[in-house]
Design a binder for this molecule. Structure first.
Ligand code: HAM
Length: 435
């Protein structure tokens, strides 16, 4: 009988792939800690309700959901944002603000599989709660950029597109769109890059044909690139709310400039993000060549904590996915081949084996990566295995040395050998590894 295969879109990690994955996580964690973020996690399985906002988000259609044995409607988490809103909301008053949290976790979406998209994937999430001003966005975009630069990627490899749902909403109202039409325009804008004019189809079916002037109002803003172009388009409307919003934009861009990040960000109103909970600035990171789907995405979501039962708490955050990111690192030659070889390989004669095993255990307890042949083949074969293992040093317990109360340390690169007394072994090994 054939063995059942992995489910479509699910991944297995052989040790090499696992080492690459851990490398990503390690750099992301170190970076987040350096930026003053604290790590948290939540459940993998959640009540279905947490995700069914009836907002028409694509993510709702992609849920891995089922009824559990207790009759509960449940879903595997497709993203972290609802969970973290519940966590923060439940303790909001006890937490010191701004609340800066991060996580590295696995998510599940029943998606059509494509390059860089699977049905299970990892995300690094970082969010700031309790800060309403664009200073929180500066903090997060700086973290996002560093999470990519930390691998050697530069402004020539990736960039962050910066946009603003709040500005879009004010702009559409000032341009005569009704409150009922606004969400459908935003969903059109979200699809425009992929579909072009066909993106208007859904809107027109619902609200009737768009007059040329109204259509131009939309395509005009979505093609804005750069802050000056944005100012020019907004100024013609003479709307005070929009003018005030430009002030927030200046704070954001000045903050990013002060952090030395201007080469990494571009004002680009073509981005609005597919998730409807965003209320303000939104941003998405892409590779410069445009070969890959989004590397990361995020934005402000000031109403979500309250919607999950917490207080009204301003919030902004983002997530980087591991799949497209790993593809980018590989394409740029920045994915190191991580070889996990031992520091020391112990070789011992048959009679010296029990002494050698004592040292194996002692060195391992001291954190030195130590390997030996489990089934003790002949001496010569053990040397061969030491060479194959990639160990820096071989530690040799031969009959003559042990009789003298010593063991030999051989540097496997240079072939040089030294004899050390047994009572000084771990220290001598450490010294040899340092050289
Ligand atoms: P998102 O844009 O849905 O945002 O996902 C963020 C990133 O996760 C994407 O840019 C992509 O790299 C990765 N990703 C998403 N779906 C898949 C998939 N099926 N396969 C592989 N990678 C995928 C969110 O999830 C928001 N909750 C982010 C956020 C945090 N907003 C505020 N805080």
């Amino acid at each position: 009988m054939a063995l059942p295969q992995t489910l479509p879109g699910f991944r297995e990690f052989y040790p090499e792939a696992m080492a690459a994955r851990q490398h990503l996580f390690r750099v992301w964690r170190q970076t987040a800690l350096a930026y003053g973020f604290q790590e948290y996690d939540g459940p993998v399985l959640e009540p279905l309700e947490l995700y069914t906002r009836k907002s028409g988000d694509e993510i709702e259609a992609q849920l891995f959901s089922f009824t559990d044995k207790g009759g509960r409607e449940v879903a595997l988490r497709p993203e972290m944002t609802p969970t973290v809103c519940r966590l923060v909301g439940a303790k909001a008053n006890a937490l010191k603000r701004p609340i800066k949290w991060f996580s590295v976790a696995e998510f599940y979406r029943y998606e059509r599989m494509q390059k860089g998209r699977g049905r299970c994937f990892f995300q690094f999430n970082a969010d700031v709660f309790g800060e309403a001003g664009p200073e929180a966005e500066v903090e997060l975009i700086a973290l996002m950029v560093q999470c990519m630069r930390g691998f050697g990627l530069t402004a020539e490899d990736f960039y962050v597109r910066l946009s603003d749902r709040d500005l879009w909403i004010h702009y559409l109202r000032a341009s005569g769109f009704s409150d009922a039409e606004v969400p459908d325009v935003l969903s059109t804008v979200d699809k425009f890059e992929k579909l072009g004019d066909a993106a208007f189809k859904g809107f027109e079916e619902k609200h009737g044909a768009l007059a040329a002037g109204r259509r131009e109002a939309i395509t005009g803003l979505l093609s804005v690139r750069g802050f000056e172009a944005l100012e020019t388009r907004i100024s013609t409307l003479g709307d005070p709310a929009l003018q005030a919003r430009l002030g927030d934009w200046r704070t954001l861009l000045d903050g990013l400039q002060a952090m030395g990040l201007e080469a990494f960000v571009e004002v680009d109103l073509g981005v609005v993000r597919g998730l409807s909970y965003y209320t303000g600035f939104v941003f998405e990171a892409f590779d410069r060549k445009g070969d890959l789907r989004a590397l990361a995405g995020g934005g402000r979501y000031n109403d979500l904590v309250a919607r999950y039962g917490g207080p009204q708490l301003p919030a902004v955050g983002f997530a980087i996915g591991d799949m497209t990111f790993q593809l980018l690192l590989e394409a740029r030659g920045l994915a190191p081949a991580i070889v996990q070889s031992p520091d020391v390989y112990v070789v011992a004669g048959e009679a010296e084996r029990s002494i050698a095993l004592g040292f194996v255990n002692e060195m391992r307890a001291a954190g030195i990566r130590t390997e030996y042949a489990l089934k003790a083949p002949a001496f010569g074969k053990q040397f061969k295995l030491a060479g194959q293992s990639g160990a820096r040093l071989a530690l040799v317990f031969g009959a003559e040395e042990v009789a003298r109360g010593t063991a030999k340390i051989r540097d496997m690169r240079s072939g040089t050998e030294s004899e050390e007394t047994l009572d000084n072994l771990p220290e001598a090994i450490r010294e040899a590894l340092r050289s």
